[in-house]
Write a protein that binds this ligand. Structure first.
Ligand code: UT7
Length: 335
């Protein structure tokens, strides 16, 4: 029988990839009845990136994965598990994890997609952590990647202004226990949220038909105000909970990396924990809400900007469709 082990998992590399094309609020003013002032004030978004037609989630997902592997100093053949949180897979099947595996040449890996909407990255990170700590996987790629522009109703100003495309990836490996690594994670779902944020057609319940297309049912539906209330409560509560539970204080936190859905939701969570602006990672102004890609790409931006050092105390949190929500606290272990 193989020996039972319990290791410590940590992030050892991060990467990101975004489409070149920028869609500014001024561009959106030409598409729907909106304005820059409303979007910035209510959401914090100034622009978002939009993938070229014919580019699926695997494209930027693979690029982000390659950057994360380079950062971690590992080769594609070393990867033994690929987890891809996404709500915009290239196809319903096969899994985007399989498509990315082929692009990057991770020929020794198995993998799967995970549907946790905006919390998908945190759920996938927890899975990666469990695999590594149990000794079942040595090097795991977690790749949040989305082409949200492919499922937006570009006539609905309530939703089309919110989202953007892009990808972020991390490598998760066993690290020496003394370095900290992933300390704790909290994750929740509550099916009460299904009616407030969804894409109704294209699944087994309502397969694609001329009617579903005519009714725009293959696009994001969001009851924004309802989701907002739950999101503020969920993100604030679970961020405070994970900090308190692990006996840290607001001053101990080096970087808070929240899901980037709305600057006002982030500020509410920040206030609840008692964090200063300098402790918070904000990318929503540049990229909008990139769903499962928002946290890993924000980590990659923070790394690029020199905001993450060995041992930095990092707190992640997210809230999304389902409802789903979660938080994670770790000591930074990437070079
Ligand atoms: O990432 C997954 C989880 N999702 C979230 O966390 C998103 C949660 N929700 C939100 O972030 C916010 O609810 C939104 C940003 C979506 C909307 O902000 P809001 O402050 O809740 O606005 P609202 O929906 O209550 O709309 C206020 C007004 C309405 O006009 P009336 O009815 O007061 O006359 C809307 O029609 O703003 C109007 N409006 C707009 N005006 C200009 C809605 N969208 C727009 C727009 N431009 N794009």
């Amino acid at each position: 029988m193989a020996p039972r082990t319990l290791l410590t998992a940590g992030i050892t590399g991060v990467g990101m990839s975004f489409p070149e094309k920028r869609l500014t609020n001024a561009d959106l003013e030409k598409i729907v009845d909106t304005n820059d002032e409303w979007i910035v004030e209510r959401t914090g978004i100034k622009e978002r990136r939009i993938a070229e037609k014919g580019v699926g989630s695997s494209f930027h997902g693979a690029k982000a994965a390659q950057a994360a592997m380079e950062h971690a100093g590992i080769k594609a053949e070393d990867v033994d598990l690929i987890i891809v949180p996404t709500v915009t897979p290239d196809m319903l099947f096969p899994a985007t994890a399989c498509l990315i595996q082929e692009i990057i040449g991770a020929k020794n890996a198995w993998g799967y997609d995970l549907e946790g909407a905006c919390s998908g990255f945190l759920f996938a990170l927890q899975n990666a952590r469990a695999q590594v700590e149990a000794g079942h996987a040595k090097k795991v790629l977690v790749i949040g990647t989305e082409v949200m522009s492919s499922i937006l109703d570009w006539t609905d100003r309530n939703s089309c202004i919110l989202f953007g495309d892009g990808a972020g990836a991390v490598v998760v490996e066993a690290v020496d226990e003394s370095r900290g690594g992933i300390i704790d994670a909290l994750n929740h779902i509550d099916g009460i949220g299904g009616k407030f944020l969804n894409m109704k057609a294209g699944g087994s319940l309502m397969p694609a038909s001329a009617e579903t297309v005519a009714q725009n049912l293959h696009t994001v539906y969001q009851a924004g105000r309802d989701v907002y209330k739950y999101a503020v409560k969920g993100m604030s509560g679970i961020t405070k909970e994970i900090v308190d539970k692990n006996n840290f204080t607001a001053q101990d936190v080096d970087l808070f990396v929240p899901h980037q859905a709305n600057i006002r939701i982030i500020e509410a969570a920040q206030r609840r924990v008692g964090l200063e602006d300098s402790q918070v990672a904000i990318t929503i102004d540049q990229f909008g809400n990139t769903t499962a890609a928002s946290i890993p790409s924000a980590l990659a931006v923070a790394h690029r900007d020199g905001r993450l050092k060995e041992g930095s105390l990092v707190v992640l949190c997210a809230f999304g469709a389902g409802f789903t929500w979660g938080s994670c606290i770790m000591r930074w272990t990437a070079p």
